[in-house]
Design a protein around this ligand. Structure first.
Ligand code: B16
Ligand code: MG
Length: 220
C-alpha cells in the first residue's frame, strides 16, 4: 500500500525557530517592542505576514503599509544571513533515518511548510532530493490551520488525504492535518500537541514498526 508522508520543516526537520527569533527580536527592538521567547513560540508555523501583525499587536503599535512591507523585507534579509550558514549538522536527530526508511519502503514524501525559504533550507542541509513534492509558502494562499498546504501536497503526490500522514510541531499544523482528514503526528510537547493522533518528543522515538503500521493504517 502506498501512503504519503508530509513533513513540516521548521521544528520537524530543522530548528529554524531560533533564527526567526533573532531576526524578529531585532526588528521588535527597533520598534521599541519587547518580545520574549515564550511569545516566539506563538509564531511557530505562522506565516511571515501574520507574525509581524502579531508582534505589532503585542506592542500595541500601528505602522503604515509601506513600513510593514519594508520591515518584512528587512526581517527576511537578516533571516537569510543565518540560514545561508546552515549545514547538515542542523538536521534534527533521526530525521534522515526516517526519510531513508520511507524511501526504502517506496513511500511518497512531501514537504508542507509555511516558509517561503523552505527550498533554500532543504538545499543547505542536503535533504532536497529526498522529497517527491515540495509545497511551501510560495505555493499557498491560506495559512495553517487551513489544510491547503497539505492538500496540495497530497494532490501533487496523487495520494488521497486519508492515506496521508503529517509530521508537525505546531498546533495550527496539527489542526490543519486533522481538518484535511490526514493522520496527524505531533513532534514535541504532548500537552501542547494533544489534538494529534500520535505524539512523539522527536524522531528518535519513531521506530520502523510504527512506520510499518502507519503504512497499513486507515484514518478513522
Ligand atoms: P518565512 P514551518 C514556518 O515554518 C515557521 O515556523 C514560522 O515561524 C515562519 O514565520 C513561517 O514558516 C514563514 O517563514 O518567513 O521563511 O517565509 O514550521 O511551516 O516549516
Ligand atoms: Mg513547524
Amino acid at each position: 500500500m502506498k501512503k504519503a508522508f508530509i513533513f513540516d520543516l521548521d521544528g520537524v526537520i530543522v530548528d529554524t525557530a531560533k533564527y526567526h527569533f533573532l531576526a524578529w527580536q531585532n526588528l521588535a527592538k527597533g520598534l521599541g517592542i519587547s518580545f520574549s521567547s515564550a511569545q516566539n513560540e506563538q509564531l511557530k508555523g505562522v506565516s511571515r505576514i501574520r507574525s509581524l501583525e502579531k508582534i505589532l499587536e503585542w506592542g500595541n503599535t500601528t505602522i503604515s503599509e509601506e513600513e510593514f512591507t519594508r520591515l518584512m523585507h528587512e526581517k527576511n534579509e537578516e533571516y537569510l544571513e543565518y540560514i545561508t550558514k546552515m549545514d547538515t549538522s542542523e538536521i534534527l536527530p533521526d530525521v534522515p533515518r526516517v526519510l531513508d526508511y520511507l524511501i526504502s519502503q517506496d513511500q511518497a514524501i512531501a514537504l508542507g511548510s509555511a516558509s517561503k525559504n523552505a527550498r533554500v533550507i532543504l538545499e543547505k542541509v542536503k535533504l532536497y532530493d529526498k522529497f517527491h513534492a515540495i509545497v511551501d509558502g510560495t505555493n499557498v494562499s491560506k495559512a495553517k490551520p487551513d489544510p491547503e498546504v497539505f492538500l496540495i501536497g497530497a494532490q501533487e503526490l496523487d495520494v488521497s488525504p486519508e492515506n496521508c500522514i503529517v509530521f508537525e510541531d505546531s498546533v495550527a499544523g496539527v489542526q490543519a492535518a486533522n481538518v484535511a482528514n490526514m493522520i496527524s503526528i505531533g513532534i514535541g510537547d504532548a500537552k501542547v500537541l494533544h489534538e494529534a493522533d500520535y505524539i512523539f518528543n522527536d524522531f528518535t522515538e519513531i521506530k520502523e514498526e510504527f512506520i510499518n503500521n502507519l503504512v497499513m493504517a486507515k484514518k478513522v
